[in-house]
Design a protein around this ligand. Structure first.
Ligand SMILES: Nc1nc2c(c(=O)[nH]1)N[C@H]1C(S)=C(S)[C@@H](COP(=O)(O)OP(=O)(O)OC[C@H]3O[C@@H](n4cnc5c(=O)[nH]c(N)nc54)[C@H](O)[C@@H]3O)O[C@H]1N2
Ligand SMILES: Nc1nc2c(c(=O)[nH]1)N[C@H]1C(S)=C(S)[C@@H](COP(=O)(O)OP(=O)(O)OC[C@H]3O[C@@H](n4cnc5c(=O)[nH]c(N)nc54)[C@H](O)[C@@H]3O)O[C@H]1N2
Ligand code: SF4
Ligand SMILES: [Mo]
Length: 700
């Protein structure tokens, strides 16, 4: 047996995008997966679920043959068919929809199950070439990005290597230990080297909160209030940097006047934190210019999330932290790579007049809600790659009704028979990242990386790129990208972007795209035309890829504030529910992997002991959570990690793991969040009930 270590990149939807070293055994199988020690962000560390990737890639449950549905949707009854037959049937289904209902009745639907640019975004080329309904991927960053951009004007920030030069690291609304473990490596270095303090801000005691020096456990959706009160204290205590603000920000006087009436007591009432906690946080960030704000995604998954992101981002502009090494903020890094995406996405043949449908509103789209269909006709055919909407999309009752439609032709390209694949007419087996070549950018760091093909896929699996090209031929879609290999596309994309060549990237493994100090700290100006940081958010014109999509931005606060638009708990719905990530899953990926399942045990509702006592629920009992959208049944876990009246359910399990086959997104809303869309996954009001013992026993 010969084992060699080969370079790779983790393709999963995670900010870390780790550089990997994979043990390849006899050129055929993989062994352990390690983090690359020399890649400065990864620094040799990967999460446990990817370290044991052999379990996923060599799983006996992998799809390896195209399947044609023979039983009812969702039944899991399929017969194997050949690739030729599968492609012919798929093409015929799409051509038929186009003939009868127009090209916009076909909606290609994809997300970031792989973050590789060719495999993830290549489907766009087919969409544009065929003038199919366009796609607006708002499920993850649809709320947070406009919030950041309203302030900073461009999607980049201070690079990760300055975290270890900070005196305070604020981990805001991200459970980094679970969702981006490498952040902890760098925060811990700051603590060891400089005695830096780590602050975590969340709604329950996560592992990240437990590792923090100051853990602020606030009410869901109240981060804007905390940020505003912090700014109030900074002005009050002369900790605001007036020279910095005069030079680099748009409206410091207006901000000062605005926050003057919003002090620590005001914030304590809204957030549920004590005045002392608010004061302590403000003093820490005010007295330490080298404060690094790592602003996560989680706190933006609220109806007021964009506004809260903007409010948090205003703090370093008040303290002037941006001007200092180790100071400033980071949310994502998309703008540093400057890649020309024309070839990959077929932007040269895009017709901007074709309607664009929101990813998060898939249920509303498929059930024919007029406004979700953007004024057009129904969607009749879908090709789905790298996403599992039957689990991850909000308002599952709608999603389920939509995918159950007899007149919907759906084709799912997948690695496993997911809940979404079970609903499909045709299921196509996909390769995994070590079985194809792709190019990766990241949000937590600024390296452009190549993940080369390391082993052959199981016979029968084809990559996303291969599928898109084969379908294009049958659909009469024209674009030069359909005649190129993935490697050729990567090479040309690098060359036209001024990022070297494929051969160079392969030799070097990653390309360092970190901006200069002045750029990273916006000392040469923020992203807005006036070069200033904007305390006044111009929501309608946040420089976001919304391309004319309009949302409910008019009602949003301009200066940072607490925007009270969230689902309010009380009365019939006494609890707020958040659906936070599970450490051993990645969204719904790994929810079928044995070790991950064993570690996560089963779907649970974390319930505060006081609430449990009132409900008559004991640890391990079955509870039902519900609201106007539906209800789910799962086991209660008593824990004072949550605040009273706040319930947390971790992880995106398979639907059948729930006691009545309905997953947690049954409870979430698909209402489009301001300013441009996205889903408020952690902003849900529910009732909770103990299930009668006999019912519970019947379910076991
Ligand atoms: N293990 C694991 N890793 C993952 C994922 C996973 O599912 N599992 N998902 C991946 C993906 S797609 C993404 S986008 C990232 C997301 O990673 P994060 O940025 O960490 O975002 P979330 O996972 O949505 O939530 C993070 C935390 O925000 C908290 N939170 C909810 N509401 C609020 C609020 O109002 N205020 C504050 N301060 N906190 C709140 C949640 O309880 C949770 O602990 O992680 C990626 N990495
Ligand atoms: N309740 C609740 N819901 C949420 C969230 C939450 O915090 N709470 N988080 C939301 C967020 S942030 C996100 S990003 C979404 C993510 O939701 P999804 O994008 O659906 O992410 P995954 O569940 O990981 O599903 C990705 C699928 O892609 C498949 N896949 C991976 N690589 C490839 C490939 O190369 N080719 C093909 N054809 N398939 C591939 C995997 O097998 C997997 O089934 O979920 C959202 N849903
Ligand atoms: S899932 Fe995230 S932390 Fe785990 S290996 Fe992939 S990029 Fe790294
Ligand atoms: Mo995400």
């Amino acid at each position: 047996m010969s084992t060699v270590r080969r370079p790779s990149v983790c393709p999963h939807d995670c900010p870390s995008v780790c550089a990997l070293e994979v043990e390849v055994i006899d050129g055929e199988r993989i062994g352990r997966v390690h983090g690359a020690a020399e890649q400065p962000y990864t620094a040799g560390v990967v999460c446990a679920k990817v370290a044991r990737y052999a379990e996923r890639i060599h799983s006996p449950n992998r799809l390896t043959q195209p399947l044609l549905r023979t039983g009812p949707r969702g039944s899991g009854q399929f017969s194997p068919i050949s690739w030729d037959e599968a492609l012919d049937r798929t093409a015929e289904g799409f051509l038929d929809a186009e003939r009868k209902h127009g090209a916009e009745s076909v909606w290609p639907y994809f997300y970031a199950g792989t973050m590789g640019l060719v495999m993830r975004d290549g489907l766009e080329r087919l969409t544009h070439a065929k003038r199919y309904s366009r796609y607006f991927g708002d499920i993850c960053v649809g709320i947070s990005f406009p919030g950041w951009l309203a302030g900073a004007g461009v999607m980049r920030g201070v690079s990760f290597d300055e975290i270890e030069k900070a005196d305070v690291v604020v981990i805001w609304g991200t459970n980094a230990v679970a969702t981006q473990v490498n952040l902890m490596t760098h925060a811990t270095r700051a603590r060891k080297k400089r005695g830096a303090k780590i602050v975590a801000i969340d709604i329950y005691d996560t592992e990240t909160m437990r590792q923090a020096d100051l853990a602020l456990k606030l009410r869901p959706g109240s981060d804007g209030a905390l940020a505003v009160a912090v700014m109030h204290i900074l002005f009050r205590d002369s900790l605001a940097d007036r020279d910095y603000m005069a030079k680099y920000t748009d409206a410091p006087e207006a901000l000062e006047a605005h926050v003057a009436s919003r002090g620590p007591q005001w914030a304590a009432d809204i957030t549920g934190l004590s005045v002392e906690e608010v004061e302590a946080f403000a003093a820490l960030v005010g007295r330490n210019k080298r404060t690094f704000f790592r602003l996560g995604y989680g706190f933006s998954r609220q109806r007021n999330g964009a506004s809260n992101m903007h409010a948090a981002l205003c703090i370093p502009a008040v303290t002037g932290a941006w001007a200092h090494e180790g100071g400033g903020a980071l949310h994502a890094s998309g703008a540093v790579y400057k890649l020309d995406r024309k070839l990959i996405e077929g932007l040269d043949v895009r017709d901007a007049s074709v309607r664009r449908l929101h990813q998060s509103r898939v249920g509303a789209v498929l059930t024919g809600e007029r406004e979700a269909l953007a004024g057009g006709g129904p969607v009749k055919a879908m090709l789905i790659q790298n996403t599992n909407p039957m689990v991850v999309a909000p308002d599952q009752e709608k999603v389920r009704r939509g995918f159950s439609r007899d007149d919907l032709f759906s084709v799912v390209h997948e690695q496993f028979l997911t809940d979404t694949a079970r609903m499909a007419d045709i299921v196509l087996p996909a390769t995994m990242f070590m079985e194809h070549d792709d190019l990766y950018t990241a949000s937590a760091h600024q390296f452009l990386q190549l993940g080369p093909k390391l082993i052959e896929p199981p016979p029968g699996c084809r990559s996303n790129h291969e599928l898109v090209c084969a379908l294009a031929k049958r659909l009469g879609a024209e674009h030069r990208g359909f005649d190129m290999t993935s490697r050729e596309i990567i090479d040309e994309t690098l060359r036209v972007s001024g990022r070297g060549t494929l051969a160079e990237l392969e030799a070097g493994r990653w390309l360092d795209c970190r901006p200069s100090f002045a750029q990273a700290h916006f000392l040469d100006g923020f992203g807005h035309k006036d070069g200033k940081f904007h305390f006044r958010a111009d929501w309608a014109n946040a420089p976001y890829s919304n391309n004319g999509l309009k949302g409910d931005w008019a009602a949003m606060p301009t200066l940072p504030d607490h925007w009270a638009v969230n689902e309010a708990a009380g009365g019939e719905f006494p609890f707020k529910l958040a659906t936070s990530p599970a450490r051993n899953f990645l969204n719904s990926s790994f929810n079928g992997t044995a070790t991950s399942r064993a570690r996560e045990a089963r779907p649970t509702a974390l319930l505060h002991p006081d609430d449990a006592a009132r409900l008559g629920v004991e640890d391990g009992d079955i509870v039902r959570l519900g609201n106007g959208r539906g209800s789910v049944r799962l086991h209660a876990k008593l824990s004072s990690a949550t605040r009273p009246c706040v319930i947390v359910s971790e992880g995106l399990w398979e639907n059948r793991d729930f006691l009545d086959g309905r997953g947690v997104n049954t409870l979430t809303s698909d209402e489009s969040v301001a300013p441009f869309g996205g889903a408020a996954f952690h902003d849900i009001r529910v009732w909770a009930k103990a299930e009668a013992a006999e019912l519970a026993e019947a379910a076991e």
